[in-house]
Design a binder for this molecule. Structure first.
Ligand SMILES: NC(=O)c1ccc[n+]([C@@H]2O[C@H](COP(=O)([O-])OP(=O)(O)OC[C@H]3O[C@@H](n4cnc5c(N)ncnc54)[C@H](OP(=O)(O)O)[C@@H]3O)[C@@H](O)[C@H]2O)c1
Length: 304
């Protein structure tokens, strides 16, 4: 079935949490879900940027129901506080969007000694979901993971997960996205095995860039040079508003189910459709090897 991003199903009465919601794909996911009537919780690390995003959504969507939740996915205290807050609420969907898309040139670690790209793109969400899974299971929630087409091009080395021997920014990003997708698909298998109706869905937003994105005060103001350079790539890019169509479909489309993988129809751009995921991302063997390493690195046993 096709999907019309301009005619979303009514989402009144649903509560959706979006991590990294103050900018980029996360912002537009939040705005589009609010437009459809959902109550959207913007989980962001910087209160001022969160407030700017909330003001922008209220300006652009007058009936919007939105609030902020503090969340830094590299800070365990912050993750645990956010998870505790979610445990007390009825959550219909959780969009795991926060991410580092421009990794540092040289390997860096968080305060727990984990490689920073892995920590930001995988471990924080792993710990968050592990801690609030009882609430997500109770409401048959959808858990939507932002993967990437980079997962198609890179490799995940289980024997060097923290990239101590082989760090490059590109390798770190691609490996983190393979790991994120692997966790997303494995989570769905574990939910099924536990007899839960909660669902885990993986999406990727194609190649979505700021200079092709509407300017929004306090959220997105690319320079003229960025606009110019990004528009030269118009044939194979889209705005971050277009990138948000895949996670929004994963949250709202009744035809989407756990274990699905969605991405733009023309690979880097276009309306979100079902697409095949890489063998590595879908591999139960890879996930089985990865899972205990993530539990150890996140210092968080996973209850499923
Ligand atoms: N854009 C693309 O073409 C593309 C392609 C494939 C996959 N993706 C994935 O889509 C997601 C969003 O990408 P994007 O292009 O929208 O990136 P973006 O514009 O750089 O936005 C990233 C968001 O994540 C937040 N974030 C970063 N580190 C965080 C932390 N430690 N704790 C909490 N939030 C944090 C940022 O908050 P701050 O403002 O505070 O930094 C920001 O809100 C990422 O997972 C990315 O890997 C994007």
């Amino acid at each position: 079935m096709g999907w019309d991003a301009a005619a979303l199903p009514d989402a009144h009465g649903r509560t959706v949490i979006v991590t990294g919601a103050n900018a980029g794909v996360g912002y537009f996911t939040s705005e589009q879900l609010a437009q459809a009537g959902a109550h959207v919780v913007l989980a962001c690390r910087d209160p001022e940027r969160a407030e700017a995003a909330i003001s922008a959504i209220r300006r652009r969507v007058p009936h919007a129901s939105v609030e902020a939740l503090p969340l830094d996915v590299t800070d365990r205290r912050s993750i645990d506080a956010a998870a505790d807050a979610l445990l007390g609420r009825s959550v219909d969907a959780l969009v795991l969007n926060a991410g580092m898309v421009h990794p540092p040139r040289t390997r860096q670690t968080d305060e727990y000694g984990n490689e920073l790209v892995l920590a930001t793109n995988v471990l924080g969400h792993f710990r968050l979901v592990a801690r609030c899974i009882p609430a997500l299971v109770q409401t048959d929630a959808r858990i939507v993971t932002l993967g990437s087409m980079a997962a198609r091009l890179g490799r995940l080395r289980i024997d060097d997960l923290q990239l101590e021997r082989s760090y490059t920014p590109w390798r770190a990003y691609a490996a983190s996205k393979i790991a994120a997708q692997s966790v997303g698909f494995e989570l769905d298998r574990r939910l099924r095995a536990a007899g839960s109706a909660a669902q885990s869905i993986v999406v990727h937003p194609g190649y979505s860039i700021s200079g092709r994105t509407p300017g929004i005060r306090g959220v997105n103001h690319p320079s003229r040079a960025t606009r110019f350079a990004d528009n030269l790539q118009a044939a194979w890019t889209q705005g971050k508003d277009g990138g948000a169509h895949a996670p929004v479909r994963a949250v709202l489309d009744p035809e989407v189910t756990g274990g699905d993988y969605l991405g733009p129809a023309a690979f880097t751009k276009g309306p979100p459709v079902h697409i095949p995921a890489t063998r590595a991302s879908r591999s139960p063997r890879l996930a089985a090897a990865l899972w205990p390493l993530l539990e150890r690195a996140a210092a968080q046993p996973f209850p499923l």
